[in-house]
Design a protein around this ligand. Sequence first.
Ligand SMILES: Cc1cc2nc3c(=O)[nH]c(=O)nc-3n(C[C@H](O)[C@H](O)[C@H](O)COP(=O)(O)OP(=O)(O)OC[C@H]3O[C@@H](n4cnc5c(N)ncnc54)[C@H](O)[C@@H]3O)c2cc1C
Ligand code: SF4
Ligand code: SF4
Ligand code: SF4
Length: 390
Amino acid sequence: MLNFVNFEQCCLCNACSSICPVNAIEYNLEYKSFYYPQINIDKCIKCNQCRYVCPAIQDTVRILKNNFPVSYAARTNDCDALFNSTSGGIFFEAAKYVIENSGYVCGAVFDDDFHVKHTVTQDINVIKAMRGSKYAQSATTAAFRKVKELLAEEKPILFCGCPCQIAGLQSYLKTVPEHLILIDFVCHGIPSDKMLQKYIDLQEQTMKSKVVSFMFRNKKFGWHNSCVNIQFENGKEYVKPIIYDAYMKGFLQNIVLKESCYTCRYKKLKSGSDITLGDLWGAEIEFPNIDDNTGLSGVVINTEKGKKLFDCLKIEKYPCTFDQIEKYNKNLSEPSKKNERRDAFFSLAEKTCYENAIKKMLQEKHINILKRNLRSLLRQMYYRIIGQKF
Ligand SMILES: Cc1cc2nc3c(=O)[nH]c(=O)nc-3n(C[C@H](O)[C@H](O)[C@H](O)COP(=O)(O)OP(=O)(O)OC[C@H]3O[C@@H](n4cnc5c(N)ncnc54)[C@H](O)[C@@H]3O)c2cc1C
Ligand code: SF4
Ligand code: SF4
Ligand code: SF4
């Protein structure tokens, strides 16, 4: 580990590896399934830039100017974009606007082996692949460097990522020019790439086929009933509500998040982003006339630059209060609380293997699946008997 941070502080923003002039920083120190930066002393020229760039040990956390934040409930009018985005498709609309104005967009995509990485593009098809939350740590070093290089062209650039990545990028760039727009999201925390790979291995063993497509939050059964949806080479499909899926249970129950997520410094809009997006949870209560279960974003505008971009988007927008967004989305202001089973999960994973820990501690037991299916069958029969649609 770099000697100026610990596992609780390092958010893996990749600012240090991006700035290192001799590529001496390697991510090869494993802790609770994440790989942390270490210095290769044979390459290091002791310039200390990695220390000065690290946002985890800096005091600077942004305070919003007067008149901000400004909040909205919003969604795109484009049905395909809405279906394929996690909440209201606002990222897609903003990204489309930027490339239509000759700009670039940097966001997270899967590579061919389902590792998540940030990439920079002007291609609408790559922006389509950026849609959808990928709940696994994204690698940003190459993308940070590319953004820095492209800023010289003075064209608009939109970067979208976790709040800690926004902080890391700003620190790496030192100054944020007017043509760089930063969008982050309400962040629950993030599992590791290793966890995702182990989960994919398990799925491939069960289905006896390779995964060809992976959506963490598919809306086939509605936004409120999001499902993990995995397609396999042999044509089979895995669909499971996120509350029952093993990977999402590890994520939602705060068992497999990155150590720094439990003390995240970027809550309460402190990352420095221009716009913060989130699922507008509680929409069925706060906005019953707008919510139709297709997805709605809570949009929090933090700066004049963010407002300028948002005003240009031709989408459905409904002014609301910050409190209406925060009320059902506590991760806007508080870090997720560590689950007491976290240590047991990782000690089992290390003693045996990750696949075993996932099976034993996160996978739904057969008896519970049976009980759940039985309950659903009985409910259907009951509604059929009383002659109502369920
Ligand atoms: C790890 C994670 C945790 C989240 N936690 C919450 C939460 O607690 N509450 C809440 O309301 N919303 C949360 N969100 C955000 C939410 O899921 C939506 O992404 C957000 O509402 C924007 O929705 P959208 O429909 O506009 O765009 P989407 O299409 O969902 O957003 C796509 C954008 O998200 C970025 N992105 C996707 N995966 C990653 C990743 N692994 N790392 C960095 N950037 C990524 C892409 O670059 C793209 O720009 C989280 C997202 C992620 C990735
Ligand atoms: S710059 Fe980012 S990745 Fe590097 S040590 Fe600091 S927090 Fe960790
Ligand atoms: S001190 Fe300089 S050369 Fe050494 S790892 Fe840090 S940034 Fe790289
Ligand atoms: S919770 Fe904080 S530290 Fe964790 S990924 Fe999100 S922004 Fe980064």
